[in-house]
Design a protein around this ligand. Structure first.
Ligand code: ATP
Length: 425
């Protein structure tokens, strides 16, 4: 099958890259292929914003030659002789075709240079193991050694061999993710392998940080609720930590979070892009006690800012106060230091009407309010820097939140009045 015509119909910012890869390959007499999800999505007529190239030669070197044609910035990954060429609108991964051997289940593979055919054999699913030749004489030719096209037609997932999950158990999570994303089914042989994987508890053999990366990818999908539902149904989450147990009610929180985020965005109540996956992760760990949470987070090794937000999502004393009628100033003081992810999580998790009102008031009104006055202004009013600054600014903020002062002039006037009342003058 030749997909040359299909390639020509792709957006120009993609075809120009494939043409450049073709040119470099021909000039250097290197076979070069489009591989992976890009081929799958092209056959499904879906958009894919990543380009994966495999070359029968040196990956990093090829990316440098491609850079000479296209510009952009290269990030090298020397271990596997791969590189990412970052262009303004798209990223291109270039890898040397390789063979992989696994010393034991869950181990990182030992790799050695190989032909395209061997490279395709190391891949996860038939629908991800197709390639399209980019060299001029074979431009557009589809290489499908494992029945990828058949599986796409039958809307099913299949691995390439029965030891695939043993070699790399993270493929189990990739399998669930792809199944849910594409709305496919598992082939009958794959179903058997999944239940064997469960019996043998293969997911427990993998380093938790690799599991974390796959879990985050699942939570970043279009339908995190369906992703987690599938995972919880087939494997549960105890392979991450014995203490993680999520119920159907918790799962529905993920769905509610998805809907709430959408609504808040529509109403323009969020002032920046959310890391939505963190909110879903908060749900996954919401039932853990402090000790178990600390141990899960220690294993996962998230980035510091991500971990901090998840820890904040457990701050029950804030939730308790938010459930009571409190002043605008108190709401501000409680919520301003928290990230939007934590605030949205509280909103979704707690059905309490007062808490929800307080949060919406904060997002719609108070969050936008800041003082114009600064320490420098207070100095000019004759106040020496000390803890009194904080007290004056708080008093001003209270008034501003109540809508009693607006401009810098009014703030300065009010600051003078406060100082008089406090016998500074
Ligand atoms: P997505 O649309 O999610 O990016 P993708 O298929 O492009 O899907 P990548 O993670 O970018 O996924 O991987 C690119 C390709 O590398 C896959 O299509 C697959 O062929 C191969 N691959 C990735 N991870 C594995 C793995 N754990 N085992 C075997 N092959 C893998």
């Amino acid at each position: 099958m030749n997909l040359g015509k299909k390639i020509d119909k792709l957006p120009f910012y993609i075809t120009r890259i494939l043409r450049a890869a073709s040119l470099v390959g021909d000039q250097r007499k290197i076979r070069v292929f489009l591989v992976g999800g890009g081929v799958r999505d092209m056959l499904l007529d879906k958009r894919n914003f990543d380009i994966d190239l495999a070359v029968e030669g040196e990956g990093i070197r090829f990316s440098q030659l491609l850079q000479q044609e296209l510009g952009g910035e290269i990030i090298k990954h020397s271990d596997f002789d791969t590189a990412t060429l970052k262009l303004s609108d798209i990223k291109v991964d270039v890898s040397a075709c390789r063979r992989e051997d696994y010393a034991f289940a869950g181990a990182l593979p030992r790799v050695s240079p190989a032909s395209l055919e061997e490279d395709l054999q190391r891949r996860d699913f038939t629908i991800n193991a197709m390639a399209i030749s980019l060299n001029k004489d074979t431009w557009g030719e589809l290489i499908d050694l494992f029945g990828g096209r058949r599986d796409l037609r039958q809307k099913q997932l299949n691995v390439l061999h029965s030891k695939s999950f043993i070699d790399d158990p993270t493929r189990i999570l990739r399998c669930l993710r792809l199944k849910v994303r594409l709305g496919f089914k598992y082939s009958s042989s794959l179903k058997k392998l999944l239940s064997q994987a469960k019996e043998k508890e293969l997911l427990r053999l993998v380093n938790v940080q690799r599991i974390r990366d796959e879990l985050i990818l699942m939570l970043k999908e279009q339908e995190p609720y369906l992703q987690m539902k599938e995972l919880n149904f087939l494997f549960g989450l105890k392979f991450i930590d014995e203490s993680i147990n999520i119920s159907n009610k918790d799962l529905r929180l993920i769905l509610n979070a998805q809907k709430t985020i959408l609504r808040l965005k529509e109403k323009s109540l969020l002032k920046r892009e959310l890391d939505e996956w963190i909110i879903y992760m908060m749900v996954v760990v919401c039932n853990l006690n402090k000790k178990n949470l600390a141990s899960v987070l220690a294993k996962m090794r998230l980035r510091r800012g991500e971990e901090k937000r998840i820890v904040d999502s457990h701050r029950k004393e804030i939730v308790r106060q938010l459930k009571t009628k409190i002043t605008s100033f108190r709401i501000y003081k409680l919520l301003k230091p928290l990230s939007f992810e934590v605030i949205v999580f509280f909103y979704v998790k707690e059905k309490n009407r007062i808490l929800r009102r307080n949060i919406i008031d904060f997002l719609a009104k108070y969050n936008n309010i800041t003082l114009n006055i600064s320490g420098k202004d207070l100095l000019q009013l004759g106040v020496k820097p000390s803890s009194v600054y904080g007290k004056i600014l708080d008093a001003l903020l209270k008034k501003k939140l109540k809508g009693k002062i607006h401009s810098l002039t009014e703030e300065l006037e009010e600051a003078r009045a406060i100082l008089r009342r406090w016998h500074f003058y």
